[in-house]
Design a protein around this ligand. Structure first.
Ligand code: NDP
Length: 231
């Protein structure tokens, strides 16, 4: 059975990834940091035997290693590094920066995503066409930054892009692909109610690109609809 591991699955895009992979008949390893409160995810898992929920805080490296060990016999086809934190609170712009929030943003969005990829690379190596998907953001694009602000989030996604680009190069000889996505501006807790698209449209778009992925595209930074984005 094809298997996907997704992080940050209790809400937003992570939950929608689980819904769409479950519908496609995949085994879904749905990781979230608070399974007790994850009511929508628990409903999905009770309706779909192929969805299994695991506790995972991407900032807790020991727990990531434990889960990788627990799943040592599981081959994973795709890993979706989706969990993220938007640390730029109102009133904490330049001049009043919240450095602790910045550390949390980097811990979650950069170190967390890379650590999960690193811990599960042995599981990916056991499949023929393995893929790491980093859910990044156009706000990580330096070339596209015309409006400034959001130092914490922008710097974290720029660093995530740089790290994932290197992984794409380093893992290519092992046949492991890496795709970096901007999911669009999506109606979730993070995107807010004024966002342009819903989670279903965003995830369906990314999954379409994932479906046609070829290793020659590894290291690309793509919009959810497949358009190439500037770094
Ligand atoms: P949400 O804020 O709705 O969801 C974020 C998810 O990340 C939640 O499940 C949250 O869990 C989880 N998370 C945060 N910190 C951790 C952690 N330490 N360990 C495990 N899980 C954690 O955001 P979206 O669904 O909108 O975002 C998904 C991805 O898409 C993110 O990478 C985001 O940066 C990116 N993105 C989103 C855009 C949008 O418009 N929505 C635009 C561009 C990029 P918990 O409930 O426990 O906090």
């Amino acid at each position: 059975m094809n298997t996907v591991l997704v992080t940050g699955t209790n809400r937003g895009l992570g939950l929608e990834f689980c819904r769409q992979y479950a519908r496609a008949g995949w085994r879904v390893i749905a990781c979230c940091r608070g399974p007790e409160q994850a009511s929508a995810l628990k409903r999905l898992a009770s309706d779909n035997a192929n969805v299994q929920i695991y506790r995972l805080d991407v900032c807790d490296h020991a727990t990531i290693d434990c889960l990788a060990e627990q799943l040592a016999d599981t081959a994973i086809d795709q890993l979706i590094a989706n969990a993220a934190y938007y640390g730029d609170c109102r009133g904490h712009g330049y001049g009043r920066l919240d450095y602790q929030a910045w550390r949390t943003t980097l811990e979650t969005n950069v170190l967390g995503a890379v650590k999960v990829a690193e811990a599960f690379t042995p599981h990916l190596r056991r499949r023929a066409k393995p893929l790491i998907v980093a859910v990044s953001s156009l706000m990580g694009s330096i070339a596209d930054n015309n409006s400034g602000g959001s130092l914490l989030y922008r710097s974290s996604k720029a660093a995530l892009n740089a790290a994932m680009k290197s992984l794409a190069i380093d893992l290519r000889s092992a046949g492991i692909g890496v795709l970096i996505f901007h999911p669009g501006w999506v109606k979730t807790d993070m995107g807010g109610p004024d966002a342009l698209i819903d989670a279903e449209t965003s995830v369906a778009g990314m999954m379409k690109q994932i479906d046609v992925f070829d290793i020659s595209q590894s290291g690309s930074f793509l919009n959810y609809d497949g358009a190439a984005l500037p770094w």
